[in-house]
Design a protein around this ligand. Structure first.
Ligand code: DX5
Ligand code: ZN
Length: 222
């Protein structure tokens, strides 16, 4: 089995976002990772549901929508209506996590929990029966192009064990600072879904397929 690649469009050329979504789809991506930031939960502003709705027409891949916003609950439905297939929320946001997950589930899309570098992995435990995905942040959320924080590796190993114990099919995604050099280490630690912005979009459209192949060319070891 090989890992799934979810390119973060944060690193794409926003002046031709629709074309970038087409390019990355044709290049063999498995998902489209959409980073939603509000300038409050994280110190950066990115895109909202209208943009998601408009690029939705450009790809049939599942949209993996990472909500770094607070409040988050009032916006979940808007992102699902816009075309999200997976919605991940942060327990560090002030809305009640269980209520948010229930909302996502009630809208018939996949529910993810994204955890920051300073958050203990055990935070997922009460929610295991609701989750389809756990997203381990390997940088502090807010910006692409940051350096990988190695403490994510232990967190991934612990979560892989917890997922295996649960017997549920929960994807284990890692997000931030992934490159060709460190991708094998996150896979060995248990990740089966890789977010990569800078590394995927490096070199322009002619390189996307090659970049994705190089990220994917690693085998899952668990
Ligand atoms: C950071 C975002 C990441 C980011 C990844 O807050 O959640 O998805 O765009 O970008 P790279 O791969 O450049 O670290
Ligand atoms: Zn992200």
């Amino acid at each position: 089995m090989s890992v799934k690649i979810s390119p973060s469009i944060l690193a794409s050329d926003f002046s031709s976002l629709g074309d970038e979504v087409v390019n990355i789809t044709q290049a063999g991506a498995d998902y489209i990772h959409v980073d939603v930031m509000d300038g409050h939960f994280v110190p950066n502003l990115t895109i909202g549901p209208d943009v998601v709705k408009s690029i939705r027409k450009k790809s049939s891949l599942p949209f993996d929508v990472h909500l770094m916003i607070d409040p988050v609950q009032p916006y979940i439905e808007k992102f699902v209506e816009a075309g999200a297939d997976i919605v991940s929320v942060h327990p560090e946001a002030s809305d009640d996590t269980e209520t948010c997950l229930n909302k996502i589930i009630s809208l018939n899309v996949k529910a993810g929990l994204a955890i920051n570098p300073d958050t203990e992995w055990e935070v997922v435990k009460p929610f295991m029966d609701k989750l389809d995905l756990i997203l381990v942040m390997s940088v502090h959320p807010g910006f692409g192009g940051q350096k990988f924080i190695p403490t994510a590796l232990d967190k991934l190993s612990n979560l892989r064990e917890e997922i295996n114990k649960s017997g549920r099919e929960i994807q284990l995604e890692v997000d931030g600072g992934i490159n060709f050099e460190n991708v094998q280490s996150v896979i060995d630690a248990g990740a089966d879904m890789i977010v990569a912005g800078t590394t995927t979009f490096k070199g322009g459209p002619s390189e996307y397929a090659n970049n994705i192949e190089k990220l994917r060319g690693h085998k899952i070891g668990y």
